[in-house]
Structure formats: C-alpha cells, structure tokens
Design a protein around this ligand. Structure first.
Ligand code: SF4
Length: 500
C-alpha cells in the first residue's frame, strides 16, 4: 500500500526531498538520537498551540482527544453539522492525509489553518513573503477540502507567534519575482512527493545547513563521504549538483576535469552555473581532492585593520523568545595570548529589561574599548545589533551603531575575508569547521548555537548555575575560535586564481 502524503512530509520536502525518502524507506536503525533542540522546538510549538486555544474567547469544537479513524470521522461529522470552528481535525482523500490545527466555516465551506510558534511570513528586510513550507501544508488541507466538496476557496491561514492571522491566498504569486502561484508551488511539491513515495523518482542526499538538525545526519554524511559527493564542496548545493551530475559525479572527477571544456562564451553547459562559479568550484574540488596536501590559501593579499586591542565578539540569541541573551567578547592586547580575557554580558532572565541591560552593558564596553578592532563571524551580530538598536533606541543611535561596525575597525571574518579572499579544504566554512580544521577544540562535547538555545531554555527553567556556565563556556570558545581563525589568516600564502 502506498504511504499517504501528509502535510509534514511536504514541509520536509521543501528543505530536502531526500528526507522524505529516508523517512518512508530508510533503515530505522540508522536514525540518530533525537536532537534536543528539535525536541524543544516541538515542545514550544505544542505549548504555544495549547496557550492560544485556551485563551480563545470564541466557542470551538475540540477534537484533540480523538485519534486515527475516529478523529477523521468526527471531523467530517463536525463539518457536515456546520460547526463554526474545529480544532485538531483530521481529513483524508485520494491518498492525502491532513491534520489541520483549525478548520473554520466561511460561507458554504471551510478554510484550514495552522497555529505556528514562528512569524507567519518571511523576508530578510521586511516580513512580506509567504513561507513555502507553511504554504504547502495549507495547500494539502485545502486540496483535501476541495476533493471532499467542502472548500470555501483556495486560501488558508496561519495564527502566528505575534498573535496575527496571516492569510495564504493560493491565487497569489509565490513571491515578487515569480509568476508561479502558491497553488502551483503546492501542486509541484505534491507531485514530487507522490513520485518519491511510489519510487518513480530516486533522491540523493545533499549536504546543507538543514542536515545538522536532521535525524538522518550520520547516515547521509557517511553516504555522501563514501560517494565523494559534490555537495561536500562549500556553496555547491543540491541544485548545482543535480545540474552537474550527468557529466561530473564526484569531487575527484571535478578536480581532474578541465573546467574550460564545460565553458562556451559566457556560459557553461550546466544550467544556473556561470563560468566564474564553475572555476571557483573547480578550485575547491582540487583543494579537497588533494587530501592532506591540500592547504588553505589566500586568493589575493589581505589587509586587516590593526590596533593594540582586539575584541573577538559573538552573541547568542533565542529566536523562540526573540531575546539576545549573551554578548561575549574575548579581548586581547598587543597580540599576546597571555593577555586574553573573556568578558560576557548575560541577560539574567528572559525579559526585555534583562535583554536591554545586557545590550547596554555590551554597548558601553565596546564604546569604552575604542580604539580597537572588533572581529565577528557572519552578518548575524550586526543584524541583531540593528534590531536591538530599534528595540532600545535610548542605548545608542543608528549613526553610532553604523560607526561601530564600520569596516575600518570592525571585520566580518566570514563574509569579508573567508568567503571573498580564501579557499579551504573543508566541506563548509562554518566557524566550527574552520577552527576544528585549525586544531581548535571546543570544551563542550556537543557545541552548537542550537544547543546553546536549548541550554538557555533549561537554565530559565531550573536556574542551574552549571547550565549557565555551560552557556558561557560555549560562547567563550566561539570567541576564541574566531581568534584562532584570525591568527591563522596571517599564515596563509597567496595563490592567485587562474582566470583563463
Ligand atoms: S541529513 Fe540532510 S540530506 Fe539527509 S535527509 Fe536529512 S536533510 Fe536530507
């Protein structure tokens, strides 16, 4: 019997089609231990849903006590009766199975909705785009309602973490640049899922950021390593790999190829990959394929600002509480490692007042440390500081903040140095990967930003000083890792890229 297509299957497919294959056909004994952070996300999601429903001031039909077939039948009966709002229903039709949090009567039919402990929309500058992984879930519910003759129209809704209702209109384009409607996005995703569960298409793992939180991580990375998969090259993801695979299957094959053979004029034979990108990926493949002989290098000379005092800076943020709970600095004077000191500013409770106080103290520390050079890794610190400035404008002005992060004395080692100027024989350029490559070891056995959030959650619940110290130690090690990387950059030799 074919496995039914569920909303969570479509949600996962948006990030990784292979996840669907593994969940349906994978060997359960290869499953990693549940990830504590992922479990925390589930727990927070369920708690938020409960909180929303308990606070609802309108009557609703609660089907949460039912399971399986009984739930499906109760949902159908509730809709046939014309109940105005149905909580925790279940519907199925033609091999589709959906568990919408909400079904709401509108006119002569129903629209489906979900309660989410995240923002209802996304977008780096303004939250204005529908989330594809929410859209495909609402699409599945809407499709089932249509097939049952119970739909009020092609739309769904999200009740989000901010208490807003966000409407997903399936006749709208998926984003400002595309003419594809949200309904087409749903239909394409559904068709892909159906091909996977009926084995009409095979999927391959692809190494990406989402893998680190996935329960198939160990199994997939082992397979990717054995097959010398192209996605183990930094910035070569699933779509580029799939474009290249008919002609180049492995890192070794790419390394031993002549990229010029794939280039004609200002194009390559690989859709979506330009000549400059192909040459960059070829250089990375060559470096990785060289094994122990492959050493990192600079593509052009590097010049970093110089001051007696250097601050290596890293923050920790809990996105579920929308709180920046730690600003950590390792300060060093005169390049002398004996002078190193860790200076943390911790929000002692998960409140706006505590967040503001930690931000104010960190801000004062950075301002009083001038002149100095501030090193951080990725745009995240600057982005969060801009958010904090908007939230607490009495701490600093926009102009003061921009001056603090001016490139003359603040360096984003990831975007401005590692990505632009260097190559490494590693599978990604995260600070963990590069610092580990350079021999640096975190004191914690499971260090990660996600784990830190989970510890913060635990600390808020227990007040356990050992948990607090674990958070501080992890952040201190992140700052030291940034320092290790900064120092290693001075030792890299320059190897100009061949452009011809
Ligand atoms: S580990 Fe990565 S490739 Fe494998 S199923 Fe999970 S997300 Fe997909």
């Amino acid at each position: 019997m074919t496995v039914p297509i569920t909303a969570s299957m479509l949600y996962d497919l948006v990030s990784c089609p292979h996840r669907v294959t593994m969940d349906v056909f994978g060997d359960a004994s290869e499953h990693d231990e549940p990830n504590a952070f992922v479990e925390l996300l589930w727990e927070k999601g369920s708690l938020y849903e409960k909180e929303v429903m308990e606070g609802l001031e309108i009557p609703f039909t609660d089907l949460s006590k039912y399971q399986g077939l009984e739930k499906t039948q109760s949902t159908l009966e509730a809709m046939r009766r014309g109940d105005v709002l149905i909580y925790s229903g279940r519907m199925e039709a033609d091999g589709l199975l959906g568990d919408p949090d909400l079904l709401r009567k509108e006119g002569g039919g129903y629209v489906a909705g979900d309660i989410k402990s995240g923002a209802g929309l996304e977008g780096s500058d303004d939250l204005s785009r529908p989330k594809k992984h929410y859209a495909v879930q609402l699409g599945l519910y809407t499709d089932i309602l249509e097939r049952k003759g119970l739909s009020a129209g092609r739309r769904g809704f999200i009740w989000d973490i901010n208490g807003d209702e966000v409407i997903y209109d399936f006749t709208s384009p998926e984003d400002g640049r595309s003419s594809r409607t949200l309904w087409q996005v749903y239909e394409d995703t559904l068709a892909h899922a159906q091909e996977i569960v009926t084995r009409r298409t095979e999927t391959l793992p692809a190494y990406s950021g989402v893998c680190k939180l996935c329960h198939w991580y160990t199994a997939c990375v082992s397979r990717l390593t054995d097959s010398n998969d192209l996605t183990l090259i930094p910035e070569l993801g699933r779509s580029k790999r799939d474009a290249m695979i008919p002609r180049v299957r492995t890192i070794r094959e790419l390394a031993s190829s002549d990229p010029g053979e794939f280039i004609a004029g200002n194009k390559t034979v690989f859709p979506g990959i330009g000549p400059a990108t192909l040459k960059k990926l070829h250089a990375r493949a060559t470096l990785i394929a060289a094994g122990e002989k492959g050493v990192p290098y600079l593509k052009e000379p590097m010049s970093l600002p110089s001051e007696d005092l250097e601050l290596f800076f890293d923050i920790e943020v809990d996105p579920m509480r929308d709180i920046c709970y730690l600003h950590g600095f390792v300060e060093r004077r005169g390049g002398d490692s004996n002078s190193e000191k860790f200076v943390p500013f911790f929000a002692e409770e998960p409140s706006a007042e505590a967040e503001k106080m930690a931000f104010a103290r960190a801000w004062r520390y950075m301002r009083d440390s001038q002149p100095c050079v501030i090193y951080y890794y990725s745009k995240y610190e600057r982005t969060i500081y801009r958010k904090l400035q908007v939230k607490y404008p009495d701490i600093c002005t926009v102009a003061e903040l921009e001056e603090l992060f001016a490139p003359a004395h603040a360096v984003d080692l990831y975007f401005d140095v590692v990505l632009k100027l260097t190559e490494w024989p590693t599978r990604d350029y995260s600070i963990k990967t590069l610092a580990n490559y350079l021999g640096f070891m975190w004191r914690d056995s499971h260090p990660s930003g996600a784990a830190s959030i989970e510890w913060f959650h635990k600390w808020v619940g227990t007040g356990d000083p050992e948990v607090r110290q674990r958070i501080l130690d992890y952040n201190e090690d992140d700052c030291r890792a940034t320092r290790v990387l900064r120092d290693a950059l001075d030792d890299l030799r320059v190897k100009p890229e061949r452009l011809g």
